[in-house]
Design a protein around this ligand. Sequence first.
Ligand code: ZN
Length: 224
Amino acid sequence: MTDDLSNLFDNNRRWATETEAREPGFFSRLLQQQTPQYLWIGCADSRVPANELVDLLPGELFVHRNVANVLVHSDLNALSVIQYAVDALQVRHIIVVGHSNCGGVRAALTNARAGLVDNWLRHVQDVRDAHEGFLAGLDVSLQVDALVELNVLEQSRNVCRTTVVRDAWQRGQQVVVHGWVYGLHNGLLEDLRITVGGPDDVGLAYDTALALVKQRYRQAQAAL
Ligand SMILES: [Zn+2]
């Protein structure tokens, strides 16, 4: 194994040159401002690169990633990202994105011990425990992806409940919260249809999206 990371610098120089050649003035324009319309809250998994899979350039997507795309009410890091995105950058959409076969969710589901991260994944276990009966009715092969989707719904609702988003809605700022899931197997995003544009929509959007997730997995279970 080599400690030489020169290949990354080579790649970087080539990327910068190609980007500037394709769009002259690209970097000097970005220097002036960033005006992303979207905040992406996703998993840290290396197979889910936010910008690439929605084909957006630097400057177009504000990104926060952590293990298993969790949004905890006391996480000052994530809350600061949301606050800057909403208040300063005025993003129009906040998208929580889970992904199939998530290692963090799998560990949470199966009580696998990995160290400090177990404490973080306890939040996903809370989601698991809240839907224990539903998950128990599914085959093991379906449980991870089902919990991935339940976790997206839960974390999306948490975003809606932050003071930042509540305050934005109260002052009439347009911010829409979405929950999506990304398929590692096919590279496609799917909308879980928890789409919330105001405080009065949270409950119904969550309940409707939850019913859809449950219906889909029960059908998958029946088809096994
Ligand atoms: Zn993951």
